[in-house]
Unconditional design. Structure first.
Length: 363
């Protein structure tokens, strides 16, 4: 693969909605390291409309056409997780580098099979765990590594599931099917816990999970239809990381009138608190507070070099930074971007939480 630009094809682009449209395309537009050359949608007229809107040379009516296109080096899969395995297998068979949105698969077995296939074929992979690239998360990771907290003792996280509350958009109704693997624990919690463990530079050694469904129904906003809440809307996780840090997390469905996202990390020398009025870490709006040594708690400004100097806050900010890391990995052979190995590790953690039954599980 030539160094630059890396030619990108995105599967699953609508001109007016979807994660590819609000995050991937704006991110790539700011990066000379990449060139968006092709997009596809299963309705050719939608692909054509999106290509015209965003100035993309090739509008394709199928994923197969995009994967096989000679002007695509990196295949980005931005469709429902139910289609991921089929598309990953086709991209790997074509020898293309693959960027898959998270979750990688509907379950651990799916994710492991995709990881193993890509590894056997020697194909470069990346997974959409862009929380690691959120400026606040990246800055905290460096502060911890530099000794701001001394020895880290514990971390507490509280978050909101957003869509698993009183109501949800019809777009997300499919998340109510537990077999699809896109419940609160699989998406918003998974993104958040991955960002937290990356900041702490350690994975779980043991974990205990408690999941409950407290709301019995949810309402579809567009139609008013009442559906049974068939997935957990409460998740409590506790455990110990390999480096000894004790972690506790609680995610609640819907949105809270109080704190929708908060991380507090305590150490022998200092403390850090990260908050946001938004439950999903990919949107932004963070405030970081800290104190080390004899200091009193005060707001910490996140240095511009973590992305704010180049990318405006919002969904595309962390995605753009994640793409920058991926570009270095592809062209220079570094390993700064999460790959399918990282995806399998996170799937393994979520599987352990789901099957814990309130008892400690060793990872």
């Amino acid at each position: 693969m030539s160094k630059t630009p890396i030619r990108v094809g995105i599967i699953g682009v609508h001109p007016d909605k979807g994660w590819a449209t609000i995050a991937h395309i704006p991110a790539l537009a700011q990066l000379p390291e990449f060139r968006l050359t092709a997009i596809s949608h299963n309705r050719p007229e939608v692909a054509k409309a999106a290509a015209e809107k965003y100035g993309v040379p090739h509008a394709l009516g199928s994923a197969d056409e995009l994967i096989g296109h000679p002007e695509v080096d990196l295949v980005v899969i931005s469709v429902k997780v139910t289609h991921h395995r089929e598309l990953v297998e086709k991209a790997v068979a074509a020898g293309k580098a693959v960027f898959s949105e998270w979750p990688l698969g509907m379950n651990l077995a799916d994710a492991t099979a995709m990881r193993d296939l890509a590894r056997d074929k020697g194909v470069a992979t990346s997974i959409g765990l862009q929380t690691r690239a959120v400026p606040a998360f990246a800055y905290i990771k460096d502060l911890i590594a530099e000794g701001y907290l001394g020895e880290v003792l514990s971390a507490t996280m509280v978050g909101s599931g957003i869509t698993f509350g009183e109501s949800m958009s019809e777009t997300f109704a499919y998340t109510l099917d537990p077999s699809k693997g896109v419940g609160m624990q699989n998406v918003v919690f998974a993104h958040s816990i991955d960002g937290l463990t990356d900041m702490l530079a350690s994975r779980f050694e043991t974990v205990t999970g408690n999941l409950a469904t407290r709301r019995k129904t949810t309402r579809i906003e567009e139609t008013g239809e009442i559906l049974p809440m068939t997935v957990p809307d409460q998740l409590v996780v506790s455990g110990t990381l390999e480096n000894g840090t004790v972690v506790a997390a609680h995610f609640r469905g819907g949105l809270s009138r109080g704190t929708n996202f908060r991380i507090e990390i305590n150490g022998t020398k200092g403390d850090l608190i990260l908050t946001s009025p938004v439950g999903y870490v990919g949107i932004g709006g963070f405030t970081l507070m800290g104190a080390t040594g004899d200091e009193t708690l005060h707001e910490l400004e996140i240095p511009a070099r973590y992305g704010a100097d180049r990318f405006s806050e919002g969904p595309s900010q962390s995605v753009a930074t994640a793409y920058l890391r991926l570009a270095a990995d592809i062209t220079d052979g570094t390993h700064t971007s999460p790959d399918f190995d990282d995806a399998v590790a996170l799937h393994r953690l979520i599987d352990a939480i789901e099957t814990s039954g309130g008892k400690p599980r060793k990872l």
